[in-house]
Design a protein around this ligand. Structure first.
Ligand code: FAD
Length: 463
């Protein structure tokens, strides 16, 4: 009997097993083991229920339009549990005021003249500069270029700094000038090349974006962990080793010896490492891989929830949260008005807000060293300044994601290609997977689980 060990019980590891189970040949029984360090599965998808509030300690939702997402939900017969976000106005907090991100923009990039004209974030000069895009030819930029350089070259510095960077950097955890178009919005290059200007490209593809603008994100009635629980429930043939840290993976002839912190070792024919890059590095402990493994870097963030015994209706009308730009006395980088955006998160319609403090903040080092009580004080001050609320919260949740958010900088693709070549040569039937390598969004992780299952199936067929 062949043994497949998946290390890491996040969405990628679970989806690898889900797709394996659906396609694996039934003639020969296969032993499946999933080893997870925590006592719960899900990794960065983890829901906490407290005092009538539902809080997501990591990811809070899934982009619905990724082709694999709703397909998976359907395969799991879980559609009845789906919830969609309420759409509303997102703001940028700048000069100590909230300014709406204009309707008809994607990641702050205006998709029409009306959207550009409606902006209260940029000057008339800045707007004129955006329109010059139509006259500037693209001679140099490709999908491997930096998205910051690309947008600034064609749309001008002001709109990038005041309207686009706050939104994009929030989504992709990084400095726009260090992120490639390929790893963010590759279609912008196609728009520029095909239609002459980015805005014309958006106009030509308007339908697709309008459709997406409505029900953009999904979650589940009981939170994202419900999806994880459902995946687990439908994998009865898998041996789940929870609370079990994998300490090393060693090649022994044609097999792999996988060692766990609190169990005997297991001999595996196939290993999937669906864990962050630093864990791959640690368990393989192979200096020859380090030049490439060292090239993957991570960002950090502290996230906090504050729940209040106050009606959510005290929020600004139609608002769903804000991103902080320059000239603001707020310490946070962004805030989601969670109970407004996600009705299922507040049983009694009480106010639940989430605040994000990222390592790009000038005060990050100081914040990261704070106790939960000290951080709560900072967060309460931010709530007071942004929403004029001075009440004590009834619920507080603090989460520190230190060096846990993969940063897809310009070195990423080359490092990954080289790493995959090294692994293929030295570690046959061992596969890396997950958010450190193949995309951070949950949709990308689901897709990567599917692709990893295909690789495992090929290995199984070749024995
Ligand atoms: C604060 C935050 C907000 C986010 N928001 C969103 C969002 O709204 N939408 C979105 O699409 N994405 C979001 N993301 C990204 C998304 O959550 C992740 O990219 C995705 O969940 C990663 O899944 P994964 O399975 O690849 O990795 P992980 O979830 O990191 O899973 C890896 C698993 O491996 C386990 N593990 C680690 N070491 C070992 C070991 N030695 N032995 C055994 N097990 C081990 C871990 O405990 C973990 O369970 C967010 C991430 C964070 C941190």
């Amino acid at each position: 009997m062949k043994t497949v060990v998946v290390v890491g019980g996040g969405i990628t590891g679970l989806c690898t097993l889900h797709y394996l189970k659906r396609q694996a040949p039934s003639e020969e029984p296969i032993r499946y083991i999933l080893a997870e360090k925590n006592e719960y599965l899900g990794g960065k998808m983890h829901t906490v229920h407290e005092s009538g509030f539902i809080m997501e300690t990591g990811a809070d939702s899934i982009v619905a339009r990724h082709p694999n997402v709703l397909e998976l939900v359907k395969e799991l017969e879980f559609e009845s549990e789906l919830v969609y976000n309420e759409t509303g106005i997102s703001y940028i907090h700048t000069n100590n005021e909230l300014h709406a991100i204009p309707a008809g923009s994607t990641f702050g990039i205006p998709m029409s003249m009306e959207s550009l004209q409606a902006s209260t974030l940029i000057s008339e000069e800045g707007k004129k500069r955006v329109l010059m895009d139509a006259e500037i030819p693209n001679n140099n930029f490709t999908k491997e270029s930096s998205i910051g350089d690309f947008l600034e070259y064609f749309l001008g510095k002001e709109i990038v700094e005041k309207q686009i960077a706050p939104v994009l950097a929030g989504v992709y955890s990084g400095d726009l000038y260090q992120l490639s178009l390929a790893s963010t919005l590759p279609y912008l290059v196609d728009y520029k090349n095909k239609y002459g200007s980015i805005m014309k490209g958006f106009e030509a593809n308007r339908e697709q974006f309008e459709k997406a603008a409505n029900k953009k994100f999904i979650s589940f009635k009981k939170g994202l962990s419900a999806l994880i629980d459902r995946l687990e429930e439908l994998l009865p043939e898998v041996e789940f080793y929870k609370n079990t840290e994998t300490t090393s993976v060693k090649k022994k002839g044609a097999l792999y010896e996988v060692s766990f912190s609190n169990r005997e070792t297991v001999q595996a024919d196939i290993v999937v490492l669906a864990v962050p890059n630093n864990i791959v590095q640690k368990v393989l402990n192979d200096p020859e891989l380090n030049p490439n493994l060292n090239k993957f870097t991570n960002a950090s963030a502290l996230t906090m929830y504050l729940g209040f015994d106050l009606p959510d209706s005290i929020l600004p009308a139609d608002g769903t949260g804000f991103i902080v730009s320059h000239n603001s006395d707020l310490v946070c980088n962004a805030s989601t008005w969670t109970s407004r955006k996600w009705k299922h998160t507040s049983e009694n319609g009480n106010l639940l807000v989430r605040l994000f403090y990222k390592n790009t903040s000038p005060r990050y080092e100081e914040l990261a060293a704070m106790t939960d009580e000290e951080l709560t004080k900072v967060a309460l001050e931010d709530v007071k300044l942004s929403l004029n609320i001075e009440e004590e919260p009834t619920v507080v949740n603090v989460e520190k994601w230190i060096e846990m958010m993969p940063r897809y900088d310009l070195a990423h693709k080359e490092a990954l290609d080289a790493l995959l070549v090294d692994l293929d040569a030295k570690y046959p039937n061992l596969y890396i997977a997950g958010c450190s390598y193949f995309g951070v969004g949950i949709g990308a992780c689901i897709e990567n689980g599917k692709n990893t299952a295909d690789k495992v199936l090929k290995s199984l067929a070749a024995f």
